[in-house]
Ligand binder design. Sequence first.
Ligand code: TPP
Ligand code: MG
Length: 320
Amino acid sequence: MTAERAKSRYSAMLRIRASEEALQKLFADGRIPGFVHLSIGQEAVAVGVSSCLRDADTVSSNHRGHGHTLAKGVELEPFFAEILGRETGLCRGRGGSMHVADFSKGMLGANGIVGAGLPITTGSALALKLLGKGDIAVVYFGDGALAQGLVHECINLSALWSLPVMFVCENNGWSEFSPTSRQMATSLRKLADAFGVEYRAVDGNRVSEVAATAETLVAGMRKAPAPAILECATTRVRGHFEGDRQDYRTASEIQSLPARDPLSLARAEMQVEGVPPDWFDEVAKQIAVEVNNAVAKALTAPPPIDADLAAGVYAGMGSK
Ligand SMILES: Cc1ncc(C[n+]2csc(CCOP(=O)(O)OP(=O)(O)O)c2C)c(N)n1
Ligand SMILES: [Mg+2]
């Protein structure tokens, strides 16, 4: 059972990694409109948390949301089609990388406005509490959001109303090109304490650790609605966006990243548990095929039709 769970988490992380490596190439080839922010190095947070969630639980995300989206079970082909701006995309190609969403899987959307996922999730948590089925809401945000007023408002309101929301902070030490220390006068731990919200900190690159702690928090929230904060120390391997030269990072920081790779860390743990090297080779082959097929299909999909572009922008407009 433990080995099966570890395998499923490893596969989910690899699917995200392979998808983002494909996006990296597509972006470099000029095939993706707009910005792309990759979550390479942070996959263990999305997968560890999502491994404790069900379809009816909701998640919302930020500008670095591909991993959160795929970990929640969103299909690869419409995901790629969305980012490539195609009609068959999750949002019919109108949203792109920073607005991937799939309500059928409880994925309420990535978001280009820093911190804006928190009020969406807090509202969703209120709805889920009123429905009373034990479902919960999760929001992923970065350390760069910590100084935003609405983050403080949402933690306050969720504590005041005992809402089943898990605030998951991916602390990668960077907010665009500035270190966290230049932006935040206090810590998330102290903020949690100030509002009386349960707080846990984990190594966000160890998927087993993220999953175990998230599981405990989620189980408690399903029984008795209340907010919780999970702070995950993680690593942004790529630049802030694709094309960022990262002149502001030291060579030693960049050289230290491979030792913290969540896939390598998980593989090392699994090998100790007896998972053979063949299994890793096999799963890598399968996922490469899955991702290549999804990209190939998405690339053949048509762009949105000009006459229909405003559909979905305003209520009552457009043909669909
Ligand atoms: C309200 C707002 N302010 C500023 C920006 C510009 N901006 C985009 S991403 C970002 C930093 C986000 O850092 P963090 O939340 O830590 O996420 P990370 O990129 O590290 O994953 C900023 C300042 C924005 N999109 N929205
Ligand atoms: Mg950050």
